[in-house]
Design a binder for this molecule. Sequence first.
Ligand SMILES: [Fe+2]
Ligand SMILES: [Fe+2]
Length: 284
Amino acid sequence: MGFLQGSKPLRHVDEWDEFVQRRYTPGRSEADFRHYDAEANPKIAEFYRFNHANQTLDYVLRKEKQYFGLKRGQKSVWEAAEYLNTLVDDSDPDTDVTQIEHLLQTSEAIRKDGHPRWMVLVGFLHDLGKCLCLYGEPQWGVVGDTFPVGCAWSDQVVFPQYFRENPDAEIPKYQSLCGIYEPNCGLENVHMSFGHDGYIAQVVKPYLSDEALYMLRFHSFYAWHHHGAYQHLENEKDKAMLEWVRKFSSYDLYSKGHSKPDLEQLKPYYDDLFAEFLPEKMDW
Ligand SMILES: [Fe+2]
Ligand SMILES: [Fe+2]
């Protein structure tokens, strides 16, 4: 299993988020994005090499079976957030924000801009699925750009050259444009590479609206929401939801680095917010 765990883990899972943030720094051109090369980012490149090589349709189906039944017990949102906060890896406590702080920075930025309460809630929830790392899943199976599996990979996915090492490259059916799917079948019917997005969407699926669930499920699907790829799988609903996903993405990317949120002061607001939409405890 050494290969599957990756030989050079990222220093911490937020290193991937930081890479994405640099990739989409306002003012950077599409050409800059294309020029992301392995030499400039050796650890990030190694991370994507493992991600792209191992996220096969078979792997995704196994992980969905393992986790989407939500058999890991019940937790409230606060309990899930505190659990996620125990994920410290190798991060620097002086400069890095904690997981809860990232969630609150995102949700508070959304709140300050006057968006609806359900969207503030999405801001708080969006990365709770990273607890998959605490369940023992490797970094490349928790964070990173997501993409459909079981069909041809778009070259709009970052580091597309690493898909050559994916065993699905040898399966002609999976290499046709739509692969195992019907054209315009809708992204909800597509298996996405496994990660924290799909997992948190599954946890809150009974309670939230389509807009909220799209933001959660597809927030790392940059090839779609930033680059316009995979339109051959989109249906009308996806097209309607895209603007919401894009709106959310700007908060995920650019709310970091704001002042540290004061958890004690904010807690009553979030207690009310969680109670408005979610049960006391949810299945995880
Ligand atoms: Fe995320
Ligand atoms: Fe995030």
